[in-house]
Design a protein around this ligand. Sequence first.
Ligand SMILES: C[S@@+](CC[C@H](N)C(=O)[O-])C[C@H]1O[C@@H](n2cnc3c(N)ncnc32)[C@H](O)[C@@H]1O
Length: 806
Amino acid sequence: MWSTTFRNLSKTIFTDVGFDATCLINTRLTMGRNRSRRAKHGQHSQSRQPSRDERKPYKLLPKSNKDFESYYQMQHIVPEGEWDSFIDALRKPLPATFRITGFNNLQSQELLKLIKGEYFDKLVNVEVEGRVIDPPKCLPWYPNELAWQLDMDRKFIRQCETLKKLHNFLVEETESGNISRQEAVSMIPPLIMDVQPHHKVLDMCAAPGSKTAQIIEMLHACNSPVPVAESFHLSEGCVIGNDSDNKRCYLMTHQVKRLESASFIIINQDASCMPNFKLPDEDGQLKSLKFDRILADVPCSGDGTLRKNVDAWAKWNAHTAMHLHNLQSRILSRGLEMLVVGGRLVYSTCSLNPVENEAVISNLLRKSKGTVKLVDVDAKLPGLKGMPGMSSWKIISREMEEYTDPEQLPASLKNTIRPSVFPPTDKEVQMFDLQKCLRILPHHQDTGGFFIALLEKLEEVPWVTQPKKTNASNGEVDPSTNTNQISNTQEQSTQDGMSTEVTDSEKATNDNVEMAENTADLIPVSSNKRKIESRSNSPPPKRQKRFGYKEDPFIFISEDDPIWPPIRDFFKLKNFPANQLLVRCTEGKKRNLYFASPIVKSLLTHNIGRFKFINLGLKILSRSDSPNVPCPFRTVQEGVGVLYPHVTDRVVSLTMNDIVTLLSSEMPYLECFSEGLRESLQGFGQGSIIFVYDPEKDASLQCRMVLCGWLGRSSCRSFIPLNERGHYLRLCGAELVTRGQRKKAKLANDSASVKTTSDLDADSNSTDMLDPDNEPVVKSEEGLDALRMQIFHVKKILNSPKLGIL
Ligand SMILES: C[S@@+](CC[C@H](N)C(=O)[O-])C[C@H]1O[C@@H](n2cnc3c(N)ncnc32)[C@H](O)[C@@H]1O
């Protein structure tokens, strides 16, 4: 089920090369719905589907809205003389942007070298239909040349061989998680957060997780050759990604899986009333956790994304922002409560509207009474063009009427247009420094529109430390400290003297059944039963209807669990913290073992009843029962970075040619490998094995690679997902070609197949990479000897009914 969801998501992500694609997707979805409606009403049509050429042209959606234009002209969001460029840019398709993931690690540098040398350099002065294609542009404000912008119109991709090759390459590398298709502006918030490896970071509205992924990369950022640096799985830093939408939480699970982090947790809460995480202090007293960094990338009207969400033009109105302002303020308010003094919070939206941007910030600055200040965003990213935040704006209703004072509002609008949306007074303008926020307009550097504010907490915020002020004369709440305006809260003192605010919904959350269900996951089954039995005399707790999937439990194993000694002895593991291993089942054979960093374990253990945990832990071992192997588990690629530093046995070095041999088919015979590798393998019995490419021994590549495999009686195999194999092979100068691609290229099943590489390129189709039926073969300019053996081997597999093909 998840793979279907993910595939659908990735299809959406990867097909939106520009406006045309997005438009077509929307129209196609509608057509799909109409088809299923017809089917429901029995209107089955026997007529065949029209062919591609017979289809009527898609109706283009309008890219204008009178109210939108009047509203933003009244707001003066665009400097004098730039309106036409602004609106023209908004109507143009958004160029594709991507970043190489992994942040500063050597593998990213290798991939960058490959992209530039193999693809970008070949796109200089390329002409299609008389137009010179814009060469890829490096985003100047993104560190280490790791983010790029491309004008890849579909039409051009079809007609230009180099672009087609680049497109396929990008799709494949995105599938393997080594590059991330992400809007340029969406890359900004994590960059200005300055995340350090020891930081505890909260992403309040995280799904689908592109920014969360960036934050995790930063937490683990180093120049280490392995994706997760060797000591980081024990570090105190962690990232918590939260979203109130249960389904979107699962999208995030897939988005960040590739990052191989044991320091990441996904939770499913309403961010505006999220409970505090509890952690024990040195004396074992439970204290509320305060975060070093928080990202509040809040839900917004999204009119900065009109370039890719074309249908939003028609739906735009001034009212939406008014509604969202309150939720955004509540989320920001809660974020500031959860931030440590000295910590930083980034507030961002993809909205152009000051009501969702500066008005939210100004409202919180007013409320925080000097305990929070804005930090200049512009100075953080040299090369990024933008405008300072606005200090004044207009309050305009859906009917396009302007109000300058809350008192002027008719009764019908008083509930929608809150006093907090109005601009600051002259005195407040001086204090707030709203110009330190950053607005990015589409025409500045051919992006979407975006807003970012960076806040620093100087002291605890007053609504946490002080009782609510009321106006004694009339019993009204002072607007400057009116928490009700922001969230419907009750003040309540706690033992630790930290956050004293408990929102209505937090109370509801804490009181409801989640406690019973989640706690059940952590406690041994027997004591769990006792608890449930002892409750049976009292009336059943009121159950709140819960949506979403019921998660499997998270159960940590103990070091004396019988599952552990065979694993420890097989790999001769040294100093491995086995008490950080967890399983996700209570009964039957344990299929997978996951690893959680100490802080993640502690967060789970002390908060299991307070939060809905969706995912945590990195899979590091998977069951692989074999009568000839004393250890019933094998390593898995996504977690090998954590295990590898502790393994003192069953690790062998291999050369680049060996990698090509290992990854290009399912079970290469031992004689296909180099003599050195064959010798190293000789001492080992069958079972899981770790292959290491060490650039100090073979200098062909700069980065180390740690690969999971299995040693059989006369062959070896890798345990690496197909798309990742493609990535490693490309780094080695080889390329994975699937059976689907071979079929399309009409190649015979003989050795000639791997030599006609240009034919293969021409017909390569990215979706084949997802087809589990695809049998990979390899094409390579280098290592001809290895290649010949490979061809021999591929033939051999094909002829052998026993071995089968992936
Ligand atoms: C702008 S999107 C976040 C995009 C995300 N940061 C990223 O870069 O991929 C806003 C998210 O907020 C979530 N959301 C809406 N209301 C929320 C709430 N009250 N608490 C937490 N998340 C909420 C939505 O489900 C949506 O996923």
